[in-house]
Design a binder for this molecule. Sequence first.
Ligand code: GLA
Length: 399
Amino acid sequence: MHSTLRRILTVGVVCAITGVTVSASRSERRLDNGLARTPPMGWNSWNKFGCNVSDRLIREVADAISSNGMREAGYQYVTIDDCWQVGRTPQGLIVADSVRFPHGMKALGDYVHSRGLKFGIYTDAGRKTCEGRPGSYGYETIDARTYASWGVDYVKIDWCNSEGLDARTQYTIFRDALASSGRKIVFSICEWGRNRPWDWAPGVGNLWRTTGDIADRWSSVLTLVDLSSQYWHVAGPGGWNDPDMLEVGNGGMTATEYRAHFSLWAMMAAPLIAGNDVRIMMDSTRDAAATREILLNTEVIAVDQDSLGRQGTIVQASPSELQVWVKPLSDGSRAVLLFNRASVPSTITANWGRVGLKTNKARVRDLWAHTETAVVENFYATTVPSHGVVMLRVWPVAD
Ligand code: GLA
């Protein structure tokens, strides 16, 4: 089915159930804090470094991102995940680990800003973080103000140790605390898709996890893709489905699989939050070169960051392991992903009708090969490697 039609039908179904008109439900349900008009891009410490975070690491990461091409490619938010916090003062103020962060968080935020980047931090809406550090339950307003005083631009809020709490209620308290903190702060909801965030999070946060945690292996990518792709109709400027951060460059997948991982995230208009050691990306190793080729592919990033803000959908899956995905783009072109989940190389064919073109002819650009064909009639067929993709951008050409 034509994806625009499917989008309208899905919204219509939602409205038939809620009894709210299309325009009212779509606009009222969306958080309008002016942020994340395209999916957030940046880096987060968790996937590679876990609890091993420090002032020094974050400064070196900020140095790397601002000098290796990542900042220019759009990576912006540098976020410290779990384990930076150790306690609270008697007045309830959160206390950062003074051994690992000897200069304090405000100084670190200033450093990140001095590199032309934005500063992100992590907390938990429950009583403790997933690593047992102090959570923000009952301290939402004071924590939001503290973050604002440190120059924080992005907060990821987790959901461990939240027994007996209601997710929508707690995250809404945080939304309001951030809104009155005196600073524009991107709000990343991280409750792993447990409480149907696609039904309420667009009115509460700028991005919301749709899945459990990513692992650095191919089967994990498939699991997350199959979950997050279901909620395409709720994504849009200001609010995005989040299938978790990137594993590109962490070593557990082949370059072909990492290319597919990155392409799928771009097709899903997912946040592009790198999770690798960016300090070694300029090394002269083959792995570093592969990581650069992927994370710095500006043509693929442009698909993710397209201003129309539509999440791509699967338009063909026959057999189910050979898929064609389409994402409409603001200039009238479409991103088309040929995705081979099978264990052998396979030919995948995309028909222009199925892709949603109204012409028989198209101009086709291969976003990984960086090559272009002026006129392709009716369909595009090519061999796609196992666990790999061919990613195209297709412009209709008048017949
Ligand atoms: C949860 C989140 C992860 C990470 C860890 C930190 O598992 O989903 O992304 O933040 O907690 O403890």
